[in-house]
Design a binder for this molecule. Structure first.
Ligand SMILES: O=C(CO)[C@H](O)[C@H](O)COP(=O)(O)O
Length: 224
């Protein structure tokens, strides 16, 4: 069983949640691409949905798959959003943004009544923190933001020659201490010029994680 097959199975499990008439958020990356393909097949079979895309690449793929794509600027709410992740743990805390789309991805996830992560088993971890946390940076404030991220304990690499779909930079941050993701998320969000980051701590409602051809459904632990 290949990783590619696991990504496809996880994506198909998420797409099975889509119902007629929904506005669906479509994520970015190789797993999200399988979700676009699976949704395209359901649309070809008669399902009526509209989508919003978290990147230009996904919008293009969705249109090519026959899915109607709305401008997210005109959508205040999304019924269900499906996206990949770089890491996901049992709390359903995730790190996203290796593909650089985390700012749009978080806006769509926050607008979604239900946010579903799809991943192959290599993304499942005990506690997030192994992956770099990408931060979208206003080019005007690059040096200042990098210095602030370093002051938070990060080894920072600005992606060379890369701009997001919003024409911003991405700073990949390897944090020495990831024991307090909530505190870290708040500290990054407070930096003027840091426009978004890849820590998704409150957004994920459910995750479909596939390993060796088997899909596991992870749900948010109930808080008593
Ligand atoms: O956050 C993302 C893009 O910004 C992706 O969802 C994440 O990087 C996972 O990608 P893949 O499914 O290709 O492993």
């Amino acid at each position: 069983m290949s990783v590619k097959n696991d990504k496809r199975l996880a994506a198909e499990a998420a797409v099975a949640e889509v119902q007629d008439g929904m506005v669906v958020g479509l994520g970015t990356g190789s797993t999200a691409a399988f979700a676009v393909a699976a949704l395209g097949l359901r649309v070809a079979g008669g399902l009526r949905v509209q989508a919003v895309a978290t990147s230009e690449a996904t919008a293009e793929a969705a249109r090519a798959a026959g899915i109607a794509v709305l401008d997210f600027a005109d959508c205040a709410a999304v019924d269900l959003a499906i996206d990949g992740a770089d890491e996901i743990d049992a709390r359903l805390w995730a790190i996203k943004g290796a593909g650089g789309a985390m700012l749009r991805e978080k806006a769509v996830a926050a607008a979604a009544r239900r946010f579903v992560v799809t991943a192959d088993g290599s993304k499942r971890v005990d506690a997030i923190g192994g992956a770099k946390v990408p931060v979208e940076v206003l080019p005007f404030a690059r040096s200042f933001v990098v210095a602030q991220l370093e002051a938070l304990g990060a080894a920072v690499t600005v992606r060379s020659g890369y701009r997001t779909d919003n024409d911003n930079l991405v700073a990949d941050c390897r944090f020495r201490d990831m024991s307090d993701p909530r505190g870290l998320a708040a500290s990054i969000a407070a930096i003027p010029g840091a426009l978004g980051h890849g820590l998704f701590l409150d957004e994920v409602d459910v995750a479909y994680v596939a390993s060796g051809g088997k899909v596991l459904k992870l749900e948010r632990p109930v808080r008593l």
